[in-house]
Design a protein around this ligand. Structure first.
Ligand SMILES: *[C@@H]1O[C@H](CO)[C@@H](O)[C@H](O)[C@H]1NC(C)=O
Ligand SMILES: *[C@@H]1O[C@H](CO)[C@@H](O)[C@H](O)[C@H]1NC(C)=O
Ligand SMILES: *[C@@H]1O[C@H](CO)[C@@H](O)[C@H](O)[C@H]1NC(C)=O
Ligand SMILES: *[C@@H]1O[C@H](CO)[C@@H](O)[C@H](O)[C@H]1NC(C)=O
Ligand SMILES: *[C@@H]1O[C@H](CO)[C@@H](O)[C@H](O)[C@H]1NC(C)=O
Length: 508
């Protein structure tokens, strides 16, 4: 073979290789939209020629990486970036190209595998269903990447992506090669995605009231207080009340056969159940004595006393009638615990029953041993309170005491009164509305003494905290205190049967 023909053959070989190289190259890159502000794109290029090997590792934001590897070369490109573009061009015979990409808002589309070459691409980006995460750490840089795929369910409360690139210089060792690669950009990108959170609706609001708390001696009417009547700014012999989270009071307006709702500062109430006259139709009530809001279901549950039934009205607008939850029960007071068990006082059977609303399951949790004054008995139980341990506090009206029955107990413990009817500090006279704070202090509306008392846990006598200045309609007086409750802050709300109003006594 002549020198010339050898040269010719060499040239032909080169042309053939070049053709093959061109034929097998495919490149595609796209980038979807993102939450982040896109920084300006930067570029870097790696060129690796015949029989060489090179590694390029980059970590950056909005970087375009180009890797070129020719015959019998090895090129590795690793990109961990945000809104980045990775482009692989020129991959030829006998080469190995490995690309690992873990990118937010970036997409790398693979090229074609070349004869005798190995080409591996791994992509985990936000638009894919792959949730794999690749973390690349460059020289003197820190990369923390947690990738949550958009189409996946994320169980972490927060997805935090932080990339910090302090300085990136990638060096490549190769033979027969001139390599140009420079990357820069001290960049910090932080993105925080707030995840949907599940909120647990709390039924019980147990106020945290300090042991030495004081209340204003003069109350302010927050509902009614305009005489006995059925106008929207009036009440008629109201009894039970429920204080909602947003300081809305819902009142059993007994004599008007309706449930009314007053928001703080309102001059008129809104009828939310009944109000269609006395009767037993589903749109009517007959002397409702107590009411509560089932917060989880957004329903109003009412002791429809004279109809001997418990009814439920939806709080959604346009509700025109209720549904009967429990029939044939001589109810008086109601409460509900955090498990949505409903507790009802029965003034005929002198017991407290607990219901599971959906299952209609029922259990006696206090009394149930006939009418009487024993510790295992009740005598006309009126209002109720239940704590987080499912202990039930009962205003045991005709025993002039508040008695606490722990969950599963066979008898109760007297926690206020129990010293006969009277107005001494050790006595109560028709205990009515009752609630308990986080310290276990008992608050009770002492109906016939026209006062509200506070009994620290274990105390043998109480302290008057509202009223107690004789029956009257002065701001420091009460007349027939019935329902009693508190908001989160410890302000007191007292329903006065005799003054047709709800008084608020601010905590100091
Ligand atoms: C590539 O490597 C193979 C064997 O490993 C060799 O036969 C071939 O000549 C090489 N090609 C080039 C262009 O170096
Ligand atoms: C350059 O590559 C050829 C083969 O492609 C090899 O024979 C030669 O030794 C290389 N040169 C250096 C300096 O490594
Ligand atoms: C009640 O409030 C006091 C004082 O702010 C606090 O130290 C205590 O942890 C609170 N208790 C509860 C059960 O929240
Ligand atoms: C209540 O009724 C009114 C009038 O029929 C209607 O315009 C409104 O959309 C209803 N609201 C709801 C919550 O259904
Ligand atoms: C009814 O409730 C009681 C506890 O209150 C429970 O022990 C019992 O298993 C319940 N029965 C049904 C049928 O759910």
């Amino acid at each position: 073979m002549t020198v010339e023909s050898t040269k010719k053959l060499g040239s032909l070989t080169k042309i053939l290789i070049a053709v093959l190289v061109i034929v097998f190259v495919v490149t595609a890159v796209t980038v979807p939209s993102i939450l982040l502000t896109r920084p300006a794109r930067k570029s870097s290029t790696v060129s690796v020629s015949t029989s060489s090997s090179g590694t390029l590792s980059t970590t950056k934001v909005s970087l375009t990486v180009t890797t070129t590897a020719s015959t019998n070369s090895t090129a590795t490109s690793t990109t961990a970036g945000i809104t980045s573009t990775a482009t692989i061009t020129t991959v030829s015979i006998g080469s190995t190209v490995t690309t690992t990409t873990a990118i937010i808002d970036s997409t790398v589309t693979t090229t074609t595998a070349i004869i005798d070459s190995t080409y591996t691409t791994t992509t985990a980006d936000m638009a894919s269903t792959v949730t794999t995460t690749t973390t690349t750490t460059d020289i003197a840089s820190t990369v923390t990447t947690t990738t949550a795929s958009v189409s996946s369910i994320v169980t972490q409360p927060t997805t935090h992506i932080t990339s910090t690139v302090i300085s990136t210089t990638t060096e490549m060792t190769a033979t027969n090669t001139s390599i140009t690669t420079t990357t820069e950009m001290p960049t910090t990108a932080t993105t925080t995605t707030a995840m949907p959170t599940t909120t647990t609706i709390q039924q019980l609001v147990i106020p945290n009231i300090s042991a030495n708390a004081q209340w204003a001696q003069n109350g302010v009417a927050v509902a009614g207080g305009h005489g006995n009547g059925d106008a929207t700014n009036q009440l008629r012999g109201p009894e039970g009340l429920f204080v909602d989270d947003d300081q809305t009071v819902v009142i059993a307006d007994l004599g008007n056969h309706r449930i009314v709702q007053w928001k703080m500062g309102d001059t008129n109430g809104e009828v939310v159940a009944g109000g269609k006259g006395q009767g037993d139709r589903l749109d009517q009530l007959n002397e409702p004595s107590d009411v509560l809001i089932d917060r989880a279901m957004n329903n109003i549950i009412i002791c429809d006393q004279r109809n001997r039934r418990i009814v439920q009205w939806s709080r959604r607008s346009n509700t025109t009638e209720g549904e009967v939850l429990i029939g044939n029960i001589q109810c008086r007071g109601l409460t509900m615990d955090d498990q949505r068990y409903l507790y009802i006082s029965d003034t005929e059977k002198h017991e407290i029953r607990r219901y599971q609303i959906e299952d209609k399951n029922e259990t006696i949790v206090a009394g149930g041993n006939g009418q009487g004054g024993g510790f295992n008995q009740l005598n006309w139980p009126s209002y109720l309170f239940v704590d987080q341990q499912q202990s039930v506090y009962v205003s045991d009206r005709d025993n002039s005491r508040v008695i606490k029955w722990d969950n599963g107990a066979k008898e109760g413990i007297v926690v206020a009164g129990g010293q006969g009817q009277g107005d001494a500090p050790t006595q109560l006279n028709w205990p009515k509305g009752v609630f308990v704070d986080v310290l276990g202090t008992i608050y009770v509306a002492d109906d016939r003494n026209n006062r509200v008392m506070r009994w620290p846990k274990g105390a043998t006598q109480g302290i008057v905290i509202a009223g107690g200045n004789g029956a009257g309609d002065g701001t420091n007086q009460l007349k027939g205190s019935q329902g009693l409750s508190s908001d989160r802050d410890g302000n007191l709300y007292v329903v006065e049967w005799g003054n047709d109003r709800v008084q608020r006594f601010a905590i100091q």
